[in-house]
Structure formats: C-alpha cells, structure tokens
Ligand binder design. Sequence first.
Ligand SMILES: Nc1nc2ncc(COP(=O)(O)OP(=O)(O)O)nc2c(=O)[nH]1
Length: 258
Amino acid sequence: MMGILNVTPDSFSDGGRHFELAEALASARRMRDAGVLVLDIGGESTRPGAEPVPAETELDRILPVIRALAGEGVLLSVDTLKPEVAQAALRAGAHLVNDVGGLRDPEMRRVCAEAGAPAALMHMQGEPRTMQQNPSYDDVVAEVFAFLREQAAVARAAGVPDVLLDPGVGFGKTREHNLTLLRALPQLTAGPDGVLLGASRKRLIDYLADVPRAEDRDPGTLALHLHAASTGAALVRAHAAAAHVQALRVQAALDLPG
Ligand SMILES: Nc1nc2ncc(COP(=O)(O)OP(=O)(O)O)nc2c(=O)[nH]1
C-alpha cells in the first residue's frame, strides 16, 4: 500500500493539511506506523485544472520531508513530472519515482536509470490543466494498456530497473472511461509488470455513490482498491492508510490457501 503525502497547499482532497514540515512528518510517521510499504511524497497538485509549479518550489516543499524521513524504515517515492525534481529527491533519499507523465520524458528515464530507481509510470491523456475538458478514445482499454506496456519496454530499455503500471484514474478520462478501465484491470494485471492503482477520493466515487466531499470518499476508495487488489494489483495509492492496511490484510488472508 502506498500512502499519499501531499506537501501542497492545493491538493484536491487534503491540500494544506501536510504543508508545514511538522505536520507532513507527523502524517508520514502515522502512515509508516500504520504499516504502509511506500510513502508517495508530492509537491505539486495534478488535480484537473491545476497550474504547474516551478521546480524550485516543488523542491522547497518536498526535500526537507524526504531528508527527514530517509532511513526511518519506509520506502519513499517522489510524485513528480520533472526530471530535475526526481533527481534531487532520489539524491536526498527517495527510493522510487512516481511519474504521472508515464516516463515519456527521456530525461526522466535517464534519471531513474542512473539512480537505479524503479518507477511507477501512469497513463495521462493531455496535461492536468486541460485533461478533463474532452477526453476521448477509440478503445480506452486497448489504448491505455498498450501505452503502459510500450512505456514499460521503453523504460526498461533505458535501464530503469523495474516499473509499475498505473492506468491513471481521472487523468484524461470520463467516468465511463474510468469504470471501463477498472473492469478491465485483470487484462493488465495478467501481464508481467506490477500494477499500481490510485483511485483515492476521486470524483468517480461521487459519480458512483453520490459523495460530493472528497474527504468523505474513503469507503468508496477502499471498494475500488480492494477490487484492484483482488485482480492482482501490486500496490494501491491512498490517503486513508490505516484503513487500507487493515482491509488489505484481511482480504489477503481470505485469498491465502489453507
Ligand atoms: N501513480 C499515480 N500518481 C498519482 N498522483 C496524484 C494523483 C492525484 O491525487 P492526489 O495526489 O490525492 O491529489 P493532487 O494531485 O491534487 O495532489 N493521482 C495519482 C494516481 O492515480 N496514480
């Protein structure tokens, strides 16, 4: 389970909650103690309509958190689109890169390969600022999964040691696109690469269960993530860490033979 640590003032569901260093570290340590495998640290919101943040601003936000948490017994990933941010974060102690840009940037691939860092590569149609204006596909499953498999091969050829594939819920997709991808997840998890899913508190849950406030969507998030885990997803990315660790442990016990 990958716990989300948004060190931002404007993330769509928890913006500002972990913006001060002390609050970020307290939240990180709560998630570590709850048993998350990875903490995903981000300094730039990628919600629909978000404006990009300069690299130095991103780094000012996340480097103190990464440096403080390095060596505290939890893997750290850096959630960034920028190779220079990924490189600095890896040098400061992060272990992997979470690139919502899908490692399309050859410089990001070089940074990961040079550091020997695994990467989560996510599908996004367009860019956060405009991606939800008119997302369209001929065949969303075929196009998104082909992109992920192709990018995995390109990343490995560039020397990236390992990859996780993420269909990118809410990143240039309509509600129907998201649902179709979630239902088709077994086709992706059947492949050789690990799958990561991040549906936490997203608008899709409001559409499915009428939950207008993002912070109220953790139960619906769990339903989507338990579905992903049951199809074989390796990791899920969520805000409600303790609830997820508990639910995933119980689900894993049900799946174990004997
Ligand atoms: N791999 C991956 N990374 C992601 N990073 C950010 C968000 C957006 O959610 P959040 O970080 O909670 O909000 P914001 O981008 O506003 O900080 N979703 C994903 C995702 O689905 N998959």
